[in-house]
Design a protein around this ligand. Structure first.
Ligand SMILES: [Zn+2]
Length: 144
């Protein structure tokens, strides 16, 4: 990988500015979200790499059981984070495949447009806000 001249993170992709009368999920919008998702995936991948090497460096065995316990819970937290990140990367890949298939930006359940604003905030959203709200209510009822 080419070395960057600065250590600053790349600026986030700017929010898409929709022109009046523009068709929803036209080629330009698809290209925009492809960029957003690719960048998201890249950043997640870097986090995982960092975590792995950080853990490798920190496999010090502490004599104090308290230190050992806190090291263990730290590791458990890291592993949980990594699991979440890996799932998010998978989700990004699924979304990128949807973009390729020009099937991105529509609700999986009812098929309506998810909307640019919602996708800008959550590029991995697969449900419109109504279906998402309903799904969350159902989830809460199931958990009871
Ligand atoms: Zn829906």
């Amino acid at each position: 990988m080419p070395k960057s001249t600065t250590t600053d993170a790349k600026p986030r992709a700017k929010a898409y500015v929709q022109k009046r009368g523009e068709e929803y999920m036209n080629a330009k919008q698809l290209a925009h979200f492809k960029q957003v998702l690719s960048q998201m995936k890249e950043e997640l991948g870097q986090d995982i790499d960092r975590t792995v090497s950080a853990m490798r460096d920190e496999t010090t065995v502490f004599a104090d059981p308290n230190d050992r316990a806190s090291q263990e819970s730290e590791l458990a937290t890291e592993l949980r984070n990594r699991d979440r990140e890996r799932k998010l990367i998978k989700k990004c890949n699924e979304m990128l495949a949807k973009i390729e298939a020009e099937d991105y930006g529509f609700c999986d359940t009812c098929g309506i447009e998810i909307g640019l604003k919602r996708l800008e905030a959550r590029p991995t959203a697969t449900l419109c806000i109504d279906c998402k709200t309903l799904a969350e209510i159902r989830e809460r009822q199931m958990a009871r």
